[in-house]
Design a protein around this ligand. Structure first.
Ligand code: SAJ
Length: 411
């Protein structure tokens, strides 16, 4: 019962650790020597609650070993990044490299599973790359159910910050190149998944992953567009949404500073780039959400113009509430743009980090407690609805210009 997990990042490492905790022998493969050394020391190189405890335990029992060099295993799970290029085209080079890494150690009877978020057709492409490297083996695209190697696509759906819980509890979509491929992959996931395993074809499974994130993006785009329309009509968008959501069939999401994180702002492009004529709504939602930070920046700069000595308190830097992850964060890019505009003094409030990121500390930006920002700033820019900002003192707020992008005061 040996499983090899290729790519030990936000998805691969928790998956490897959970499989190992169920008693399987897990070989984790990564290209980063730092990641390998950290994991083999029983530590983690990424931020995820409780993951360190599981990794420490499975490394100490010997069930999880990380290495740079691929080894034979019964099943291979590929969980490498799929970024996009500057012109929004998917970059599959990490998947191709993973295929070339495992191809030499593949044996008849092996199962290969792709988990990376991918454009439709990528699993078939992966099968082609493997077949090209190993002409001595047969693959499902040529031999169907008789093939030496089974191949499946099983997307992850875990929410960063709640990965260990969702990895086990969520239903899983299992796309096989053939029904047998799907059944074998389901057998592996059933070892640790308590949710249901739903079997389908690889292409449907690939599209399902993209659909889930595009659905959320389009709905957030609707909320962000509403917030801009409401500004024009001088209506509180939060009150409007609260009231509209009392309709039994309406459920509008929250507007915000834009869409951040590593998935929702990326994945819809995989649909748009493959179906540019048809994916009009999905593209438009991306553009609306990507445009929101600029809208907020302009609003803040306009407010700054009203003061002789403007001081803007930026509340929240992370990409969503109550986390310390500042990567791909619209709140951070808005703050940075305001600093670089050099028209106001900027005070930053972020209770979830001890130190400001380099991009801000390099520019001598001050990090302060929210009470100090409330006292010193004349413009309060509420970017992220962290729980610490609940019940901010309204005595102070009455005398300020307040731009509540995250709905902090309306929750
Ligand atoms: N956001 C809003 N308004 C909302 C909800 C979210 O502006 O009402 C913003 C957040 O502030 C954040 C961004 O959207 O900047 C994304 O946050 P998120 O919590 O919606 O999602 P992620 O990126 O942390 O994780 C998503 C999840 N996908 C869905 O909920 C459909 C997760 O289940 C996926 O596994 C993950 O993407 C992924 O890896 O694809």
């Amino acid at each position: 019962n040996t499983v090899s997990v290729v790519g030990l990042g936000y998805i691969g490492l928790p998956t490897a650790a959970v499989l190992a905790s169920r008693g399987l022998q897990v070989i984790g493969i990564d290209v980063s020597e730092h990641a390998i050394a950290t994991i083999n020391a029983g530590k983690i190189h990424i931020v995820e609650p409780d993951l360190d405890i599981v990794v420490r335990s499975v490394v100490s029992t010997g069930n999880l070993k990380a290495t740079l060099i691929p080894q034979a295993a019964e099943a291979f799970i590929i969980a490498v990044p799929t970024p996009f290029t500057d012109d929004h085209q998917p970059d599959l080079s990490f998947i191709k490299a993973a295929a070339e890494t495992i191809a030499p150690v593949l044996q008849p009877g092996n199962l290969v599973i792709l988990e990376s978020t991918s454009p439709v057709g990528t699993t078939e492409q992966l099968a082609g790359w493997l077949a090209h490297c190993r002409e001595d083996l047969s693959f499902p695209q040529q031999q169907g159910e008789k093939a030496d190697i089974n191949i499946a696509y099983c997307p992850e759906r875990v929410l960063p910050g709640n990965v260990l819980q969702e990895l086990v509890a969520n239903d899983r979509i299992i796309g096989g190149m053939t029904p047998r491929c799907a059944a074998r992959a389901a057998g592996l996931y059933q070892i640790f998944v308590r949710g249901e395993c739903l079997l389908t074809h690889t292409r449907t499974a690939e599209m399902a992953k993209l659909t889930e994130n595009a659905y959320r993006d389009v709905n957030i785009g609707f909320a962000n567009e509403l917030s801009i329309i409401c500004d024009r009509f001088k209506i509180n968008v939060w009150e409007l949404i609260r009231l509209s959501n009392r309709h039994p069939r309406v459920n509008i999401l929250n507007p915000g500073p834009g869409v951040g994180g590593h998935c929702i702002a990326v994945d819809p492009w995989f649909i748009v780039s493959a179906a540019p004529e048809e994916a009009r709504l999905i593209r438009m939602a991306r553009e609306v959400n990507d445009g929101k930070p600029n809208y907020v920046i302009n609003k803040a700069l306009k407010a700054a113009n009203q003061f002789k000595q403007p001081v803007i308190g930026c509340f929240g830097l992370s990409f969503k509430p109550d986390i310390d992850d500042l990567r791909e964060s619209p709140a951070l890019s808005i703050t940075l743009a305001l600093v670089d505009a050099k028209v106001a003094e900027i005070l930053v409030v972020e209770p979830n980090v001890d130190q400001l990121p380099d991009v801000l500390s390099r520019r001598d930006v001050e990090k302060v407690h929210h009470n100090e920002a409330l006292e010193r700033a004349n413009i309060i820019l509420l970017l992220v609805a962290h729980k610490e900002f609940n019940g901010l003192s309204s005595d102070f707020l009455n005398e300020k210009v307040v731009i509540d992008v995250a709905g902090v005061l309306s929750h």
